[in-house]
Design a protein around this ligand. Structure first.
Ligand SMILES: [Zn+2]
Ligand SMILES: [Zn+2]
Length: 95
């Protein structure tokens, strides 16, 4: 029997590329935590991460290498998670 779980989107190829471009555009090419410039080709962070991650605009944010590392394995992981969630909530509320 299958265990029901939240639907997640997994994209690849051109649709994924377009989505990543949209994330860069929305976040002005900047890390949403510290404002650092994010180079092209850096993969956006997924929130939630792990098995519940989903390739959707409101579940992805741009983080610089440092903040991204901090989110995944740093001491401030929880703090950054809350900031990311708050940020994404704000983008959802926009008309
Ligand atoms: Zn940063
Ligand atoms: Zn990440």
């Amino acid at each position: 029997m299958m265990i029901p779980k939240a639907t997640t989107v997994r994209l690849k190829g051109v649709p994924l590329k377009k989505l990543v471009e949209a994330v860069y555009k929305r976040d002005n090419h900047e890390c949403i935590i510290c404002g650092a410039w994010v180079e092209d080709g850096v993969k956006p962070h997924h929130e939630p991460q792990g098995s519940r991650k989903s390739d959707e605009l409101d579940k992805m944010v741009l983080l610089c290498m440092r903040c991204h590392h901090e989110r995944h394995s740093g001491k401030k992981s929880e703090e950054i998670r809350l900031q990311v969630e708050k940020y994404l909530q704000g983008t959802r509320d926009r008309p």
